[in-house]
Design a protein around this ligand. Structure first.
Ligand code: NDP
Length: 323
């Protein structure tokens, strides 16, 4: 068990955490980044990445994260692997404890713990992940030009994904387990008016159908939850959009968190409800959830942390001079 102190404690090792590390290190703040079990975050479970700027050729998600990690280390970010199990945000320096028993205190904290996409938990969903089953329409929609796809879910994400996919697919079938959508009215109106969209109500996805070699999706089997009737629908892509779980359990009761579990930040900023605590990436972003936006907010968090520390140092110096 050891005690570690740092000016900037970064929790989380996705694009947001690494970018915060790069900026904080280059600002001379000697940041310490604590990476959890899945270092690299959601990007390590992605394959082809075509939408991260700066790479003309397709790159791999895990490779991109290795590069970000190496870059953060090269400029001076200290990194440790531990899972933070508790944190006290009531007093500065803020103190976090890892499951190794190590204690980490930071003059400021940048939370970049990310979010996990929710999945249905079907064996065939798992089997075809990356081969026709996706959790990100923005990332993978491009691969379904003139093909038929299905979207599962009835919230804002599902409806936005379905509308986005109409830009590529020849037909988009939205499968929802109830007879009304949770999504905002304006989105619903756009969805219902779209000629490429069919909504299948009261239905649950039961099975993804496809071939093993080469692996690929050829359809889905859904069941009407009211009548019990099964229905097979021919599709090449299945987008599961049933929500995300932001990793905010540690911060409940200490920071403002919205009803969906996302940390609330001030508009245009990464400031949370506690001064000196900043949140970046998917943990505070229910809308965009992209690696590049996560990296952008990681940069913002580091710059805001730097300003906070500078202002705080001035205040401390002023107080000392007055005494
Ligand atoms: P939501 O939790 O809002 O919606 C999840 C949807 O998936 C619901 O329709 C739910 O059904 C369905 N669902 C959940 N579990 C299952 C399951 N096991 N089987 C089948 N269906 C399931 O998640 P979103 O990602 O859509 O949105 C999260 C938050 O982010 C919301 O606050 C949303 O408003 C916000 N958001 C805002 C955007 C914007 O402002 N542009 C864009 C995207 C998201 P049911 O309705 O029956 O519960």
């Amino acid at each position: 068990m050891a005690d570690h102190h740092t000016r900037v404690l970064i929790i989380g090792s996705g694009p947001a955490g690494y970018t915060a590390g790069i900026y904080a290190a280059r600002a001379g703040l000697d940041p310490l980044l604590v990476a959890g079990m899945q270092a690299g975050g959601q990007m390590t479970t992605t394959t082809d990445v075509e939408n991260y700027p700066g790479f003309a050729d397709v790159i791999q998600g895990p490779w991109l994260m290795q590069q970000m990690e190496a870059q953060a280390k090269h400029v001076g970010t200290r990194m440790l692997q531990d899972t933070i199990v508790s944190i006290d945000l009531k007093h500065r320096p803020f103190v976090a404890v890892g499951d190794t028993g190590d204690r980490y205190s930071g003059d400021v904290v940048i939370i970049a713990t990310g979010a996990q996409a929710r999945w249905l938990g079907l064996p065939t969903e798992e089997k075809f992940k990356g081969f026709g089953v996706s959790g990100c329409a923005t990332c993978d929609g491009f691969f379904y030009k003139q093909r038929e796809v299905a979207v599962i879910g009835g919230g804002n994400t599902a409806v936005e994904d379905a509308l986005y996919l109409t830009g590529f697919a020849s037909k988009v079938t939205l499968i929802h387990r109830r007879d009304s959508l949770r999504a905002e009215n304006i989105l619903q109106q756009r969805l219902f008016a779209h000629p490429k969209v069919e909504v299948v109500w009261d239905s649950a996805l039961e099975e993804v159908l496809g071939t093993t070699s080469p692996p690929g999706v050829s359809g889905i089997r859904v069941r009407n939850l009211k009548t019990g009737a099964p229905r097979d629908i021919s599709v090449h892509g299945v987008f599961v959009a049933i929500g995300h779980d932001p990793a905010t359990q540690l911060f409940r009761g200490q920071l403002d968190i919205d009803p969906s579990g996302y940390i609330v930040t001030k508009p245009g900023s990464t400031k949370t409800s506690v001064p000196g605590v900043f949140a970046a990436g998917d943990v505070q972003d229910p809308v965009f959830r992209q690696a590049v936006t996560a990296a952008g907010t990681g940069c913002m968090a580091a710059l805001e942390a730097q300003h906070f520390l500078a202002a705080h140092a001035d205040a401390t110096a002023g107080k000392a001079a007055a005494e």
